[in-house]
Design a protein around this ligand. Structure first.
Ligand code: FES
Length: 102
């Protein structure tokens, strides 16, 4: 069963940017979109493990910095014609604090 953990304050994540947190052997990228929505994905592209945290946030999608695949931030699923997905994590903002379920 997962529990909520504090990541940081919302404003500590740049708009259309991310913050990376370690979680055991993996890294998780917590993204903030231009409309202040927050999403968390494993920081690894389903194509060739590119660091999604260094990609470009546009709308509620992330473009991988290596070869430009686009993933839906809410589901981690690659946009067609590409296929595959990255693990997502539940996040929420409570009184300006970003929380993640781990
Ligand atoms: S590693 Fe992400 S598009 Fe290739």
């Amino acid at each position: 069963m997962s529990t909520w953990h504090k990541v940081c304050r919302l404003e500590e994540i740049p708009l259309r940017g991310s913050r990376v947190i370690p979680h055991g052997p993996v890294s998780i990228a917590v993204f903030r979109t231009s409309d202040d929505a927050v999403f968390a994905l494993e920081d690894s592209c389903p194509h060739k493990a590119g660091p999604l945290s260094q990609g470009i946030v546009h709308g509620h999608r992330i473009a991988c910095p290596l070869h430009g695949w686009n993933l839906e931030l809410s589901s981690g699923i690659a946009c067609a014609p590409d296929e595959g997905s990255t693990k997502t994590y539940e996040v929420r903002v409570d009184h300006g604090v970003v929380l993640i379920a781990l």
